[in-house]
Write a new protein. Structure first.
Length: 298
């Protein structure tokens, strides 16, 4: 067996630190040994990975590609080794979780300290985004999804259901009046979403029938959290899942309106994960913890 993996480690350290000297210090090697290791790797690959000048160091295009791909491979190797050891040592390692800002802020972040206390060997990397990310591409272990499930490659664990509701701040309603029927929304600012899949109409139950009513307003937001904050600030009326605004309602920052016209619709909330990852102890531990700790306001 040659020292090719040592050369890869050296290259990744150089790429991360931006200099041979800094990499040499971390690796406890001499700068000349680092240089020889990089040259050996370049010779084996048949491409230049590093562009050297007297004052700086930069990666070539091939170097950037190799760094990005190899960093993923090395991380996977480390996690594989950790996973194989989990059975005897308990849940441990890095757990990557992806969720929307609204769900993350309201439901996940408040319970993470308890999870960390229970599983001190697990490190949590939480990413909050409204973008629908690919678990494989983003290398996430668990993704929390609200609404219809589309990716049939993944396993889903239902966490709860949250009904939709119309809310506005007391200040806004004092200024603009409290709508008594859906038709009164013509005189109000309805907060809408700016992303492509949004629909500029809201459902109501009128005379026993479900009616989709167009709404208008002067404010748009690019995420549920942005729209919630605009509602709290008094910009207009928002339509949200109850879990997202439950704390605002309890604190009096928002109040529900037009409840008599509610169609009773809502959204299911699931934790998604790759089928082959269910055996990983850190993922099992978090899914089991969600069963116990998750309280979704419905």
């Amino acid at each position: 067996m040659d020292n090719r993996f040592g050369d890869v480690e050296t290259f990744l350290t150089v790429a991360g630190e931006g200099s041979f000297a800094a990499a040499a210090k971390i690796l406890r090697l001499t700068p000349s040994a680092v240089s020889r290791s990089i040259a050996r790797l370049e010779e084996r690959l048949g491409v230049a990975l590093v562009r050297r000048t007297t004052r700086s160091l930069a990666l070539t295009r091939a170097g950037i590609t190799y760094r990005d791909r190899m960093a993923v491979i090395v991380t996977d190797m480390i996690e594989l080794e950790m996973g194989l050891n989990e059975a005897g040592q308990g849940p441990r390692g890095l757990l990557r979780i992806n969720a929307s800002p609204s769900f993350g802020n309201e439901c996940l972040i408040p319970i993470l300290p308890r999870f960390a206390e229970r599983h001190p060997a697990i490190t949590v990397d939480l990413t909050l985004t409204d973008a629908i990310v690919d678990l494989v591409e983003e290398r996430a272990d668990i993704a929390i999804r609200i609404g219809p499930l589309r990716d049939t490659r993944l396993r889903a664990k239902k966490l709860g259901h949250s009904r939709m509701m119309l809310v506005a701040s007391p200040d806004y309603l004092a200024r603009r009046g409290v709508p008594q029927t859906p038709d009164d929304l013509d005189d109000h600012d309805c907060l809408r979403f700016s992303f492509r899949r949004s629909v500029d109409s809201w459902p109501f139950r009128i005379n026993g029938r479900r009616v989709q009513r167009p709404v208008e307003g002067r404010f748009f937001g690019n995420s549920g959290e942005v729209v919630r904050q605009m509602a709290v600030a008094g910009c207009g009326i928002a339509r949200h899942g109850r879990f997202h605004v439950a704390s605002d309602i309890k604190a009096g920052r928002l109040v529900e309106i037009l409840a008599d016209y509610d169609v009773g619709d809502g959204e299911d909330i699931h934790a998604l994960y790759a089928a082959e990852d269910r055996s990983a102890a850190r993922i099992r531990a978090f899914l089991d913890f969600l069963d116990e700790a998750m309280v979704v306001e419905g």
